[in-house]
Design a protein around this ligand. Structure first.
Ligand SMILES: *[C@@H]1O[C@H](CO)[C@@H](O)[C@H](O)[C@H]1NC(C)=O
Ligand SMILES: *[C@@H]1O[C@H](CO)[C@@H](O)[C@H](O)[C@H]1NC(C)=O
Ligand SMILES: *[C@@H]1O[C@H](CO)[C@@H](O)[C@H](O)[C@H]1NC(C)=O
Ligand SMILES: *[C@@H]1O[C@H](CO)[C@@H](O)[C@H](O)[C@H]1NC(C)=O
Ligand SMILES: *[C@@H]1O[C@H](CO)[C@@H](O)[C@H](O)[C@H]1NC(C)=O
Ligand SMILES: *[C@@H]1O[C@H](CO)[C@@H](O)[C@H](O)[C@H]1NC(C)=O
Ligand SMILES: *[C@@H]1O[C@H](CO)[C@@H](O)[C@H](O)[C@H]1NC(C)=O
Length: 240
């Protein structure tokens, strides 16, 4: 009787350990299929078009190790393999979270569209008291308006201890990232395809339009990890 109890206790312990996504990830290098116990599935999509060309956008986002546009410059991001290659993971710390993102799709044709998908290893955001992981965290950048603008699609399919809160956090991060690319390239917002042409025409006639890529100063609009932490903290306070 006693040994049976001990056996069931240790079996329960083993299955509890086996259900920990971080343990599974570290043991197998893979994320569990479906959501493990205590996690529920969620998804979030951010769509944003900015009035800058595909080439300009790729000059900001086209290096997997360079997350300056997401508040983490190149020297704070480490790779375990070749840059911009399937199977390579980037690792960095932000807002108290240890982030490991492994490339599963990397497609960057000269004329677009750009398609980059990575997994997100299990992580925790202490300020929001939430943990999550993702088997699909994708970014596409597609030229639109005859190449005058670029449409972003950030979509993440994740498992989380709180899916509502995680969707809100990922939405905020991805929207800020997309907006930051626009800020880096000159800070104009997209309205219509026609408006881009009229801006170009009127500006070039007055000669006041600055060369977007050339005016990049680095760090403009970049959110620091502490700013992100504060934002997540206030977001958590707001939605909880
Ligand atoms: C990282 O990307 C930014 C543009 O977002 C660029 O200005 C900077 O030179 C890049 N850093 C490195 C080390 O490549
Ligand atoms: C990099 O790390 C990821 C995540 O641990 C792993 O799946 C991948 O195989 C590693 N790649 C290389 C090239 O070591
Ligand atoms: C943190 O979240 C867990 C569920 O994931 C919950 O059990 C716990 O009470 C929360 N802690 C606080 C301080 O809100
Ligand atoms: C955004 O990307 C997701 C994932 O690839 C896709 O399912 C969805 O249809 C895309 N949305 C738009 C508006 O393109
Ligand atoms: C998850 O967060 C939402 C707010 O985003 C809150 O209303 C809800 O109670 C939380 N759910 C759990 C299970 O903690
Ligand atoms: C662009 O949109 C952002 C966010 O709505 C706003 O804060 C900013 O002032 C706008 N910039 C311009 C140049 O209209
Ligand atoms: C913008 O102007 C170019 C060159 O005149 C033209 O080919 C293009 O169709 C225009 N695009 C829009 C959306 O008006």
């Amino acid at each position: 009787m006693k040994s049976l109890t001990l056996l069931s206790v240790s079996l329960a312990f083993i299955s509890a350990v086996a259900q920990d996504p971080l343990t599974i990830f570290h043991q197998t290098g893979r994320l569990p299929a479906g959501c493990v116990s205590g996690y529920t599935a969620g998804t979030d999509t951010v769509l944003l078009t900015i009035p800058y060309t595909y080439t300009q956008v790729l000059s900001i986002i086209g290096d997997y190790q360079n997350l300056t546009w997401s508040g983490n410059p190149k020297n704070t991001v480490t790779l375990n393999g070749t840059d911009n290659t399937v199977g390579t993971a980037r690792t960095y710390d932000t807002a108290g979270a240890h982030v490991i993102e492994t490339i599963t799709v990397y497609d960057k044709p000269a004329n677009g569209p750009y398609n980059e998908v990575h997994t997100l290893a299990p992580l925790s955001v202490p300020a929001a008291n939430v943990s999550f992981y993702a088997d699909y965290d994708g970014t596409t950048a597609t030229p639109v308006c005859n190449g005058a603008a670029t449409a972003f699609n950030f979509t993440a399919n994740f498992c989380a201890t709180n899916a509502t809160l995680t969707a809100a956090i990922l939405h905020m991060i991805h929207l800020t990232d997309a907006e930051t690319v626009g800020v880096f390239l000159g800070g104009q917002n997209f309205t219509t395809c026609e408006a881009i042409n009229s801006t170009m025409t009127s500006s070039s006639s007055t000669g006041t339009r600055s060369a977007p890529a050339a005016t990049f100063t680095g760090g403009v609009g970049t959110i620091s990890a502490s700013a992100l932490l504060a934002a997540i903290g206030s977001l958590a306070a707001l939605v909880l």
